[in-house]
Write a protein that binds this ligand. Structure first.
Ligand SMILES: NC(=O)c1ccc[n+]([C@@H]2O[C@H](COP(=O)([O-])OP(=O)(O)OC[C@H]3O[C@@H](n4cnc5c(N)ncnc54)[C@H](O)[C@@H]3O)[C@@H](O)[C@H]2O)c1
Length: 436
């Protein structure tokens, strides 16, 4: 059992901190956001993540998981310090490491005994080395710390399962002492025979970017195929299914839709292109992936305009705002682009999402948020399905047609059968399935 400080209690910090406590470690989660910490102390989660609350409660009750804003005390009491602070896109799309270095500068003043400093945040390749140099420059002696890269691969919406049963754990460091600490922390996973990749720190940092960029590539690839399918009269869902049956390809991340969003793929693909540029080379494929993705989000609006060329005075119902189901995260969600474009073109919006309305309200307080899918559909001139929450999958088409002003449906997640919707009398469009 190790004593761990988890700095940053967002999606990654909260899930990882809780998961590490569940593995038997003693974890103190630290955040600068006092309100968030207060909520957590009262068993209120600041994010929506299925299954998380029960595990938080269980570990708090067992005394293995605590929450605080007191960095100094937590660091003094811990052997291993995880950084799970944001690394957003900064200037020109390069990763902004200011949150990471801000924490490192604070640590430099606190560290008086040996610590393993672990980046769980997604950081530019070379950041581990920079952290090392920075701590030395600030007077921390070399034998007082080691730096490890331990990237996180969890997916929001299934984060608990992903953390507890990862496909692999990556540990990047050149210190055997740090490797021993990390192996002890993840001992439960060793017992489950989870593959552990131990490598140097730069390779570990690159594994995270390469993995995310590859998954994003699959999405943009299938979206491009979808667009070709529409023109040549093929069905992208069947194409993807048959492709996915090939074990070399796999069916995962082959769902055509409105483009990828979320807190990782957009910023990590962009950061990889910038890293390549800085290193004097070019990430040509990843640049194309980003370009295809931006165009894909716009295609949803183009599909709407095909049915309603003038949006002035028109009300559009949006079902789904989160970048995917089972999360309240709207960071870089396709919904942001769709909302912006509809408003610019003079349209009005009624939106419903089971979990993400509070988050979207921070970006677009001016649109109307309603309490149910029925309210979002009633009296609208067109309906766009943007997130495939289960509750949108099986709506009574006859009924929704009867309460809409115009029966127009854009199904950006391909959750309805075109033949059935059109037979019900809708004007309907979707992604990559030709409508005849
Ligand atoms: N969200 C994901 O699915 C995911 C998956 C894998 C990796 N990552 C990476 O993990 C990192 C964190 O992402 P996230 O989505 O959890 O971010 P987040 O924005 O949800 O949470 C970050 C937290 O850090 C806190 N924070 C900021 N500065 C701090 C400081 N100085 N001291 C203490 N707390 C501080 C913030 O208040 C916030 O609560 C990023 O690098 C991201 O790329 C995210």
């Amino acid at each position: 059992m190790e004593k761990i400080a988890m700095i940053g209690v967002g999606y990654v910090g909260l899930v990882s901190g809780t998961g590490l406590a569940d593995f038997g470690n003693e974890v103190i989660c630290i955040d600068i956001d006092e309100e968030k910490i207060k909520k957590l102390e009262n068993n209120i989660l600041p994010i929506y993540e299925p299954g998380l609350l029960d595990i938080v409660k269980r570990n708090v009750e067992k005394g293995r998981l605590t929450f605080t804003t007191d960095l100094d005390k937590s660091i003094k009491e811990s052997d291993v310090i995880f950084l799970a602070v944001p690394t957003p896109s900064g200037k020109n799309g390069e990763v902004d490491l200011s949150y990471v270095f801000n924490v490192i500068d604070k640590l430099a003043k606190i560290i008086v005994s040996y610590k393993v400093i672990v980046t769980k945040s997604t950081v530019e390749v070379g950041t581990g080395d920079k952290i090392h140099e920075r701590l030395i420059a600030k007077g921390v002696s070399e034998n007082m710390f080691d730096v490890v890269s331990n990237p996180e691969f969890l997916r929001e919406g299934s984060a608990v399962r992903d953390f507890m049963h990862p496909d692999r754990v990556v540990i990047g460091t050149d210190s055997q002492k740090a490797i021993d600490f990390m192996k002890e922390i993840y001992r439960s996973l060793y017992l489950l025979e989870t593959p552990v990749v131990v490598t140097d720190i730069r390779t570990a940092e690159m594994i995270k970017y390469a993995s995310n960029a590859f998954l994003a590539t699959k999405i943009s690839f299938i979206n491009e195929v979808a667009n070709i399918c529409e023109r040549v009269g093929a069905n992208v869902q069947v194409v993807a299914k048959a492709m996915g049956l090939d074990g070399r390809i796999s069916s995962k991340f082959l769902h055509a839709g409105p483009g990828f969003g979320g807190s990782c793929f957009p910023k990590d693909t962009l950061a990889l292109t910038k890293m390549a540029e800085k290193a004097g080379t070019k990430a040509t494929i990843v640049e194309a992936v980003i370009d295809v993705n931006e165009k894909q989000k716009m295609r949803i609006v183009e599909k709407l305009l095909k049915f309603l060329p003038d949006l002035k005075g028109k009300t559009i119902g949006l079902l789904g705002l989160a970048f995917k189901p089972n999360t309240d995260d709207v960071r870089d969600a396709p919904a942001l682009t769709v909302i912006k474009e509809i408003l610019v073109k003079g349209g009005q919006i009624k939106a419903y999402d089971p979990e993400a309305m509070n988050e979207m309200r921070k970006h677009y307080p001016e649109i109307s948020y309603v309490a149910s899918s029925k309210d979002a559909i009633k009296d609208v001139d067109a309906l766009i399905i943007l997130t495939e929450w289960n509750e949108f999958r099986n709506m009574n088409l006859d009924y929704i047609k009867s309460i809409m002003k115009n029966p127009i449906m854009i199904d950006s997640r391909n959750i309805y059968d075109p033949q059935i919707v059109i037979r019900e009398g809708f004007q309907y469009d979707c992604i990559g399935r030709s409508i005849r």
